[in-house]
Design a protein around this ligand. Sequence first.
Ligand SMILES: Nc1nc2c(ncn2[C@@H]2O[C@H](COP(=O)(O)OP(=O)(O)OP(=O)(O)O)[C@@H](O)[C@H]2O)c(=O)[nH]1
Length: 485
Amino acid sequence: MSLVKQIFVPIELSKNSLLFQLGVALLYVISAFIGQAFAIPPGNITPVWLPSGLMFALTLKYGARTWLGIFVGAFFGNVWAYFSLESIQSAFYSILAGLLNGVGDVLAIVLFVVIIKRFIVKQSPFTAINHFFTFFILGCVLGPLISAIFGVTGLTVFGFLESKNYLVALLNWWVGDGVGVLLLAPFLSAFLFKPSTAPKYFIIGTLICSLVFLLLSAVAFELVNVNLIFYKALVLALPIAFAVALYCGSRAVYIVQLCVVTVAILATYAGKGAFVQHHYFSPLLELQAFIGVFSLVVFSISLLIEQKRALFVELAEKKSELESLYRHDALTGLWNRYRIEEYLQLELSRIERSNEALTVYMIDVDDFKTINDTYGHIVGDRILVELSQVLIENTRAGDLVGRWGGEEFVIIAAQKSDNKPQELAEKLVMLVGKHDFKLTKPVTISIGFTSYESADSSISIIERADKALYAAKRRGKNCMVYKGS
Ligand SMILES: Nc1nc2c(ncn2[C@@H]2O[C@H](COP(=O)(O)OP(=O)(O)OP(=O)(O)O)[C@@H](O)[C@H]2O)c(=O)[nH]1
């Protein structure tokens, strides 16, 4: 599919679809008005173009079908600023300039979201640092440049901007749009479109660090005057607040960041703070550069920490998966020989000091080779799985049932002194014999079992159970034999 078709996807003519487009356009216009309310004199240009970030987030979420809403929103959101009825020509020109705004914004936002989603990351570009930088280059630098070229060229060509101011206007438009995307797209994506993974003390932690950063930036931007002790206390609280924000996750970092940026905009708007007093560039551009660099640094740090955190979680999951794998038998899911031996050693050292009895049952399927030879290995495997179920269902939760290897199973049962160990063996021989394994002949098992005696080791007790099993086989199979020391 060509890129043009991917950007200008067909719009359904249903009620819901049209309401969606209307909603997108309205959001654009409203956010444009809010942005314009904080335009910085003398040029009266808004430092952060809110619609660009908002539309970028919406397009990341809903895909290219936002293009019509963005086009209409950009047209109305911009044209009101220079529309005049002085003459038919000026009205006509303002409409043409507005249309160029619309095309520029659709290209800047939808084109780059399509590219990001197609070539870089399907889900969200805000989960890994390399994806984030790609988002930055495409969404915050290249996209806004296209929007600025369309918008400012339109204004100049149709006589709303003097050509000597072209470059300055282009620069402000470009950076304002870029900062809007940088500031709002990850923020909105985190709050609206990502499942919440807020850590325990999210609300209180975020509240405290937002407050510290708000106060500190208000002092730094000379919105409030505080005495020296309070100022020092605030500066000291800064690293703590920063650590808390990072601990609370990316959402907290976004909130803190928004607090600082809002203070910086309000102060510069009110003619206060560093960007107004000493400047190499215009106050607006200095403010925009500050917002851009500050956001980029803070995002990168928080993303690196999030990535590291996610890596730790993944490692912990893999570790428990591995632990489970090396203790389990792959076919039946029962404990494997390694775990049986480990458990037996632990149990023996425990019951040495207590009064409890412990019995080891060694279980073997009779004539299993014949079953395999007659029905095939797949059926043989099924019998082993079904048998393991019968063993599990007929033993107590505290007993260990494991696969010793091949067609041999082990049960380790801790018994109270009044229990008779042969009862379980009798029951299992009888139940397995009666179980319907869906073969032409019944499947039977033989069991050798023995109980713990003082000075037993895990090897000696297993050896005795094995000898008992051998005796059961010689006795004619489908039976059980007990062996004492
Ligand atoms: N299908 C299947 N067969 C297995 C598996 N592990 C071992 N076997 C087979 O189990 C059979 C065991 O045969 P034998 O040791 O001769 O014992 P048996 O035929 O049960 O004879 P008795 O023990 O004397 O009753 C062999 O044919 C093995 O190949 C397995 O995981 N799946």
